[in-house]
Design a protein around this ligand. Structure first.
Ligand SMILES: Cc1cc2nc3c(=O)[nH]c(=O)nc-3n(C[C@H](O)[C@H](O)[C@H](O)COP(=O)(O)O)c2cc1C
Length: 188
C-alpha cells in the first residue's frame, strides 16, 4: 500500500548510507515526474535535472575531493583524499543535481528558487514513499566552475542542490526539533 503523505512527511530522514542496490532509470523518471507537480508562480518551470552517471559522479566527486584536499599539505595525502572522495561519490547509487534557470527579474528569480526547492522536497518525499532514501547536499561546490563543468550545467543556470538517492542501509533517528508552536504567532 502506498505511504500516506502525512506519514511520509513525518518519517523522512536524510540518508547517508545506501545499500548497493542500483536505482533504475524508470524509478528516477517516475520520481522526477512526481516532483515537478510542485507549486510554481507563473508556471516558469525553472527546474533542470542532471542525473549523474558513474563517470560524472566520479568527476563531481573529484572536484569535491580537490576542494577538501586543499587543506592537506602533503601532496600524496592530498591525492589520497581526492581519490577517496571521488570513489565515495561514484559509489552512491544515484545522484541528481538540481539546477534552476536564472531569470533576469530578481523577484522571479527568488520565486523560481523557492519553486525549485519545492521540487527538491517533493523528490525527497516521493523517493521516501517508494522506499528510497535521499540526502540533499549543497555548499559552495555548486558554484565551482569545475563542478559545473563536470555536470555540464550551462550559463544561465545554477545548481541549487545535489541529491543522493538510493536504498537506505541505515535510517537515522529523527533530528530533534522545537515544536512549531514555539515559532508561531497567532495574529488576531
Ligand atoms: C537546502 C539544504 C541543503 C543541505 N545541504 C546539506 C549539505 O551540504 N550537507 C549535508 O550533510 N546535509 C545537507 N542538508 C541536509 C540537512 O543537514 C538535514 O536535512 C538536517 O540535518 C535534518 O535532518 P533530516 O533531513 O534527517 O530531518 C541540506 C538540507 C537542505 C534543506
Amino acid at each position: 500500500m502506498p505511504m500516506d503523505v502525512l506519514e511520509a512527511i513525518r518519517s523522512r530522514r536524510s540518508i547517508k548510507q545506501f545499500t548497493d542496490r542500483p536505482v533504475s532509470r524508470e524509478e528516477i523518471s517516475r520520481l522526477l515526474d512526481l516532483a515537478v507537480n510542485a507549486p510554481n508562480h507563473r508556471m516558469t518551470q525553472p527546474w533542470r535535472f542532471y542525473v549523474l552517471g558513474p563517470e560524472t559522479r566520479r568527476a563531481y566527486g573529484a572536484v569535491l575531493g580537490a576542494r577538501k584536499a586543499k587543506r592537506v599539505e602533503d601532496p600524496e595525502a592530498a591525492q589520497a583524499v581526492l581519490e577517496k572522495v571521488a570513489e565515495a561519490e561514484a559509489a552512491i547509487p544515484a545522484t541528481i543535481s538540481v539546477a534552476m534557470t536564472l531569470d533576469e527579474n530578481p523577484e522571479t528569480r527568488e520565486e523560481d528558487y523557492a519553486a525549485t526547492m519545492m521540487v527538491v522536497e517533493n523528490l525527497c518525499l516521493a523517493a521516501h514513499g517508494m522506499g528510497l532514501g535521499t540526502h540533499i547536499k549543497s555548499g559552495a561546490v555548486m558554484d565551482d566552475p569545475r563542478a559545473r563543468a563536470a555536470v555540464g550545467v550551462p550559463e544561465g543556470e545554477r545548481i541549487v542542490a545535489t541529491v543522493h538517492l538510493g536504498e537506505p542501509a541505515e535510517i537515522p533517528d529523527p533530528k530533534p526539533r522545537q515544536t512549531a508552536e514555539e515559532f508561531t504567532t497567532w495574529v488576531p
